[in-house]
Design a protein. Structure first.
Length: 608
């Protein structure tokens, strides 16, 4: 959600800013802008829409500058417009700022500033910061930013420049990701490493309530009390090619097709086939605590919440202790019961999800241990949890999560297996599970060969206005995730339900115009699912079913069958979700939708 990039150095800033913003497009945005210092003045260029429009706007203009900041905005306060687009400037036109996050007390600050004579030109909370910094400015931009932030309630990742100090950028962070890129005679700032990866792999991650002063030759990090904070320079682990499409039409399709490799990468070095167990170094020091826990709470949002539901089923089945799954957005506000013996696990692809971070911090206030599961090394969740497990699936660019979902399910399975082997599970049973885990990538490869037939199926249903997804047991959360994938990228209304719940309301909607997608594999609920399918057919519904290969019994009952390999029941979601991802993708493409950047959505939701 929103993107930040900044540059100071010897090169022309505009190409670096524009390219950096393009690499942040996947995060979701509705307007874009850059601010430069040209001839000792702030030069502002903003536009609504895609970055290509901004690029055309600056063509032919005097944009020669070696310092600048750029931003892609996802509207929170105020509609998408040029006035509301970032960067924002103060009354004097000397100070420009870009901002991710939300200033919660901007209303009261704005009134105070207006009473002091400041004139506002946007509906945003961010403009308030520009005027507030101006109010404190006495020739020292760093000090003015520090004093302004003392007055602020809320979250921010900001970059600030001032025409009177053309040799520096001030950066600050609280609750919104920000990193510094270290170069030779140049420095960068960004909300995401992908924006600067082509220029440097050396980065410094800012923590909450930290600031950085960037010049050509150096960077200095401090806390908000102006105390210097030494920071470690870290290496970005992935290459630029991993965030390119690699010949695929869209990032989403690429990431669906990467799942055999991404699951293998997720398990790499962690499986111990002979011992029938796994090695998770990130949990080693807290293993006793996990083994002795009396209750586990998983908290997450969106797709990560669906993965956590599957994790709940697996952990309860393997450990025989209560496991609860909470929406992170609700968790912090409902005074949750976190007693002694409770471990909280936070799950997020980006490691920056605002609601999940808030749940993490609420848990820490109650002095309970927090375990993190995330994909992005150096993210806030990775740094603020006591222990955790990385997904190691590489960058996920498509807004609709695919490979991160299957990796999260894989990691939760590995955690359950590790703890079960320590508690009660035999070596032989562990060996059997690991042997099947090792086959999952190959089985997904086989499912991906159905891509063309799923495209043909999509053609038959692309004009449907509603879909119902039904599953039972481990595959009920898959029904939820399948429905989410369809609605978020194709804009078709879709709902997921436990199949047995159909009779408690949704059955009233079923007619010949309502496609119903069943996950109908041969598991412990198979006969029940067959009965549910009959109920739908009796009411004229059209049934698409994900089934196991060789299941002839079901073919006469359904309208369309998507055959997939068999596996252990609790591992089946790793397979059943893949055809649903492909179905959603193809329907969306046939409807002319932008699958990588669906409307109103952002990859990393960093505001509440």
């Amino acid at each position: 959600m929103c993107g930040i990039v900044g540059y100071i150095g010897k090169r022309e800033a505009v190409p670096i800013l524009i390219e950096g913003l393009k690499r942040l497009e996947y995060r979701g945005y509705d307007s874009a802008g850059i601010a430069l210092i040209v001839d000792s003045k702030i030069a502002l260029h903003k536009n609504v829409g895609k970055i290509v429009a901004l690029e055309k706007l600056v063509e032919g203009q005097d944009t020669s500058s070696h310092i600048g900041i750029g931003h892609t905005r996802w509207a929170t306060h105020g509609v998408p417009s040029i006035a509301n687009a970032h960067p924002h400037i103060d009354c004097s036109g000397r100070i420009a700022i870009i901002h991710n996050g939300i200033i919660e007390n901007y209303g009261s600050l704005k009134r105070q500033l207006q009473n002091s004579g400041h004139e506002f030109h946007s509906e945003t909370d961010t403009e308030t910061l520009a005027h507030l910094i101006e109010e404190f400015y006495r020739g020292d931009l760093e000090e003015a930013v520090r004093n302004a932030l003392v007055e602020v309630e809320g979250t921010y990742g900001i970059l600030v420049i001032c025409s009177e100090e053309p040799d520096r950028i001030v950066a600050a962070r609280r609750g919104s990701p920000l990193l510094i890129g270290v170069g030779n005679g140049e420095h960068f700032a960004a909300s995401d490493a992908s924006a600067i990866l082509q220029h440097t792999r050396d980065v410094v991650y800012l923590d909450d309530n930290e600031m950085a002063l960037l010049t050509r030759e150096q960077f200095v990090t401090k806390n908000v009390q102006a105390e210097v904070i030494p920071k470690k320079v870290e290496k970005i682990a992935y290459d630029l090619e991993k965030i390119e499409r690699g010949g695929y039409d869209h990032f989403m399709l690429k990431e669906i097709c990467e799942q055999p490799q991404s699951i293998q990468d997720c398990m790499r070095g962690r499986l111990l086939p002979k011992e029938g167990t796994v090695r998770l170094g990130g949990l080693h020091e807290h293993l006793d605590q996990l083994l002795n826990t009396r209750r586990i709470i998983l908290t997450a949002c969106g797709t990560s919440w669906h993965a956590s539901l599957i994790g709940e089923y697996i952990l309860e089945d393997f450990l025989r202790i209560p496991v609860e799954v909470e929406y992170a957005s609700e968790f912090r506000y409902r005074n949750p019961v976190i007693d002694e013996g409770t471990v909280v696990v936070v799950v997020s692809q980006s490691g920056e999800t605002a609601d999940t971070l808030a749940a993490l911090r609420e848990t820490k206030k109650r002095r309970a241990p927090v375990i993190g599961i995330c994909n992005v090394v150096g993210s806030s969740i990775a740094r603020e949890t006591v222990a955790g497990v990385y997904l190691h699936v590489g960058p996920e660019i498509g807004v609709a999560s695919t490979k991160a979902f299957t990796a999260q399910v894989t990691v939760l399975t590995l955690i359950a297996l590790l703890l079960a082997r320590k508690k009660w599970m035999s070596q032989e049973e562990g060996q059997r599970i690991i042997a099947e885990l090792e086959k999952i990538p190959q089985k997904i490869e086989k499912i991906l060969t159905l891509n063309k037939s799923i495209l043909e199926l999509a053609k038959a249903y692309k004009d449907a206005r509603n879909f119902l997804y039904l599953g039972r047991g481990y595959n009920f959360p898959v029904a939820l995730e399948g429905a989410l994938k369809l609605k978020e990228i194709s804009y078709i209304h879709a709902e997921g339900y436990p199949a047995a719940e159909m009779k408690h309301g949704p059955i009233a909607l079923i007619d010949e115009n309502m496609p119903v997608v069943f996950i109908a594999i041969r598991d412990s609920s198979y006969e029940k699912i067959l009965s549910n399918i009959e109920e739908v057919k009796a009411r004229g519904g059209r049934v698409i079913a994900v089934v196991n290969e060789g299941d002839e019994k079901i073919l006469s009952t359904v309208d369309h069958a998507i055959p997939i390999p068999e596996t252990l029941e609790f591992l089946s979601p790793l397979l059943t979700i893949v055809p649903l991802q492909l179905l959603a993708y193809h329907i969306a493409i046939l409807r002319g939708c932008n699958v990588d950047q669906p409307r109103n959505l952002a990859k990393s939701v960093t505001v509440e």
